[in-house]
Design a protein around this ligand. Structure first.
Ligand SMILES: [Zn+2]
Length: 87
């Protein structure tokens, strides 16, 4: 079973909280090893968690994850090779 970036994003807070099942955790870990985008997201998410660790809360501005996901989708579209034009 292969998971894509969007699956990883859905699991990232669970991954950091260590609440994922062993199977999912392994898939996420494998993905993170070869995906720079998701590794970067993991790092930023972890930094936010560290910053808010004292309060033990993890509050994000309303719409943050939607905006993050939209932004990431754009990034991924940009990375994908453009459809080849026949000249
Ligand atoms: Zn990824």
């Amino acid at each position: 079973m292969v998971i894509d970036c969007k699956h990883v994003w859905n699991h990232i807070s669970g991954y950091l909280d260590d609440t994922l099942s062993a199977e999912v955790k392994e898939l996420v870990q494998e993905h993170l090893e070869h995906c720079e985008i998701c590794s970067a997201i993991l790092d930023s998410t972890r930094n936010i968690l560290i910053l808010t660790a004292d309060e033990r809360t993890f509050e994000l501005p309303l719409g943050f994850s939607e905006r993050l996901h939209a932004r990431l989708s754009e990034e991924i579209e940009g990375i994908r090779p453009a459809p080849s034009k026949s000249d």
